[in-house]
Write a protein that binds this ligand. Structure first.
Ligand code: FE2
Length: 366
């Protein structure tokens, strides 16, 4: 299985994971002749899908939680937020049940380095993003050997970290291109609004509520809304900041294309000790696949391949299935274990997406 952009779909591909759009299953896994669905996918705003094809046969892509659990959680979160908008009351019981499933699955899969295999439309990205931030935060909490109670608090707080966005104009939130200073100031208000909303709920511990307020604060005081510094921030806040930025960078947004996992990890490392807690960044990197299975990479000899599998504890040297030679010609695929062929390195990942101009725009809005 591998991830391809919708415009790269060919008739020989079969859908590997189901595609959901606005809480509805629109294409089930296993559908062959995928090219007939291209117009539907484009209409729904879906830009990537996981497919099975000859080149990626036998490649598994481990995820921290199943597509079904992620979809259910997203659905419950959407209802929770919409109920708030209608009744000004945050009801948490359904979300608590959903979070139990998410935690169980994250704890079950603790021996694999994961990528989050989520595909969604841009207009539902608030919910998808919230679930992802929660899962990434749980991976860090798991790496820190958190108790079940702490995992539950962290999961609930991160799941609701952007609830303040329910009060921000959609025309600003989903604006394509650069925001004006005034618009950006409006967006920033979601942190304090979110905390205000959650402060009315007695069911949530204070540290979990504060994640909504503090997830854009940075270790060095460069964040918002209060420019708090490291010592003033709870560990949950510092975990949420890493998870939030990583997911923002690796997801498509209306104003930018997604970065590869390797590029986003680089960003976290470059900003360790300034924006982010170095020890938490290290824990996070140990839990995820820097070059996820199924992603396209180029090697130092000019050949191109698909990541086949991970070498545990050596995330930069996975096993690669070579599909094109240095001249770009298609070849009979063969596999190279970068732990055994040390002369080769990965020089680029997710080759068809991302560029420097888009990256500059994105980093301004973290
Ligand atoms: Fe936020």
């Amino acid at each position: 299985m591998r991830l391809v952009s919708v415009d790269m779909i060919t008739p020989d591909m079969t859908l590997a994971f189901p595609v959901y759009c606005k809480d509805a299953l629109v294409i089930n896994a296993g559908k062959d002749n995928m090219s007939r669905y291209i117009p539907n996918l484009i209409n729904m705003g879906i830009q990537y899908v996981y497919v099975e094809d000859g080149l990626s046969e036998g490649i598994e892509i481990p995820d921290a939680i199943t597509v079904k659990t992620r979809h259910n959680c997203k659905h419950v979160l959407r209802n929770t937020m919409q109920e708030y908008v209608e009744s000004s009351d945050v009801k948490l019981y359904h979300l608590s049940d959903s979070i139990e499933n998410v935690i169980n699955e994250v704890l079950e899969n603790k021996d694999i380095q994961v990528s989050l295999n989520d595909i969604g439309t841009l207009d539902e990205h608030t919910y998808l993003h919230s679930v992802n931030v929660s899962v990434y935060s749980l991976l860090i909490g798991r790496g820190l050997n958190y108790s079940r109670k702490k995992l539950e608090e962290l999961a609930m707080g991160t799941m609701l970290h952007d609830i303040g966005k329910t009060m921000i104009e959609p025309s600003i939130q989903f604006k394509e291109g650069k925001l004006t200073n005034q618009e950006y100031e409006q967006i920033k208000k979601h942190a304090e609004i979110g905390y205000y909303i959650l402060s009315k709920s007695s069911k949530l511990p204070e540290a979990a509520k504060k994640i909504a307020l503090n997830h854009h604060e940075r270790l060095d005081g460069s964040g918002y809304p209060k420019k708090k510094e490291g010592i003033e921030l709870h560990e949950y806040d510092r975990i949420a900041a890493i998870a939030d930025v990583y997911d923002a960078l690796t997801s498509d947004r209306c104003y930018k294309k997604k970065w590869s996992a390797a590029e986003a990890v680089n960003f976290l490392i470059e900003n360790s000790g300034t924006m982010f807690s170095p020890e938490l960044v290290q824990v996070f990197i140990q839990q995820i696949a820097i070059f996820p299975n199924g992603s396209l990479v180029s090697l130092s000899d000019g050949s191109i391949g698909i990541i086949k599998d991970q070498n545990r504890h050596v995330p930069l040297r996975p096993i690669v299935r070579i599909i094109r030679d240095a001249e770009g010609m298609e070849i009979t695929p063969y596999e190279v274990d970068l732990m055994k062929v040390l002369s080769l390195t990965i020089t680029d990942s997710q080759l068809e997406i991302g560029n420097q101009t888009e990256k500059r725009v994105e980093v301004e809005y973290l």
